[in-house]
Design a protein around this ligand. Structure first.
Ligand SMILES: O=C(O)CCC(=O)C(=O)O
Length: 276
């Protein structure tokens, strides 16, 4: 089993030109490989601008569409695991916000459909109703990469501690969230939630955002971040496009879990009566 893993979080500049977005993602996957990355993660909605009015036009079938094909080829050519951000997935008459994961041979390892849709209303700041266009997924998603179990959530999924609890219970040592917080919730909750989830479950948490584009209809917060199992920020980008390359030390997961053994100290005999 790997005890260390080099990961690259790619904060892409995403625009309205789908082919250009895909080509830039592929280029960054190869560049990350040159920096020694074994796993490369892309942001939420990396092939299209983020917004309910765009999803139908940019949607594709998974795994048959052009974005999936480009990712599988890039993963196989570079020989890295690719956590392919998200794309609008078309399945019959439904659309989902979907993350695909490819191994270093280009095999589809996992497919996660965003479980919690982003419907919020903060008057005068931001109103968003993802459920106008998308359907929610209903499956928890984990995959094994070189003996490391990794869980996937997408953006708003990060707010739901029950979901991360389930992923941690399935044995995950790291959770990766392709995400795109905004200029209202980003400064308040982005880092707070990443650190909370990491501390709750004593695992690594990676958040991968698109770069900020102040001309876009939805302005992303950026600040792709990696937090360790102690809840400490290992690395963080600013709002501009860039790549965060970090080494994950899996011994740290065991270290904190052994030293602060909350996993075996939970009083499930008490809380289960409340949550059921
Ligand atoms: O939870 C938030 O504040 C932002 C969520 C979001 O942008 C999303 O789910 O795409």
């Amino acid at each position: 089993m790997l005890r260390a893993l080099r990961i690259a979080l790619v904060q892409l500049a995403v625009g309205s030109d789908k082919k250009k977005n895909i080509a830039e993602a592929v280029k960054q996957i190869h560049m990350a490989k040159q920096q020694g990355a074994q796993l490369v993660a892309l942001p939420e909605c990396f092939n299209s601008p983020y917004g309910t009015k765009y999803f139908n036009d940019y949607a594709e079938e998974v795994p048959g569409g052009e974005t999936s094909l480009a990712l599988l080829r890039a993963a196989a050519e570079a020989g890295v695991c690719v956590v392919g951000g998200t794309l609008p997935e078309r399945c019959g008459d439904r659309l989902y916000n979907t993350c695909t994961v490819w191994d270093g041979c280009g095999k589809l390892l996992a497919q996660h459909r965003k479980m919690h849709l982003f419907d919020i209303d903060i008057p005068g700041k931001i109103t968003f109703k993802e459920s106008e266009a998308l359907s929610p997924g209903d499956q928890f998603t984990t995959f094994d990469y070189e003996g490391v179990k990794i869980g996937i959530g997408i953006c708003y999924d990060l707010r739901f501690s029950e979901m991360s609890h389930v992923l941690a219970s399935k044995g995950c040592s790291m959770l990766i969230y392709p995400a795109a917080f905004n200029m209202t919730t980003g400064p308040k909750h982005w880092e707070l939630l990443a650190r909370a989830r990491a501390n709750d479950h004593q695992l690594y948490v990676a958040l991968v955002s698109p770069a900020r584009d102040t001309e876009a209809s939805y302005v992303a917060w950026g600040h792709s971040t990696l937090v360790d199992p102690w809840g400490e920020v290992v690395g963080k980008l600013d709002e501009n496009s860039g790549v965060l390359v970090c080494d994950i030390d899996l011994n740290k997961v065991e270290e904190v879990r052994n030293q602060i053994p909350i996993r075996s100290q939970r009083r499930t005999d008490l809380y289960d009566t409340i949550t059921k």
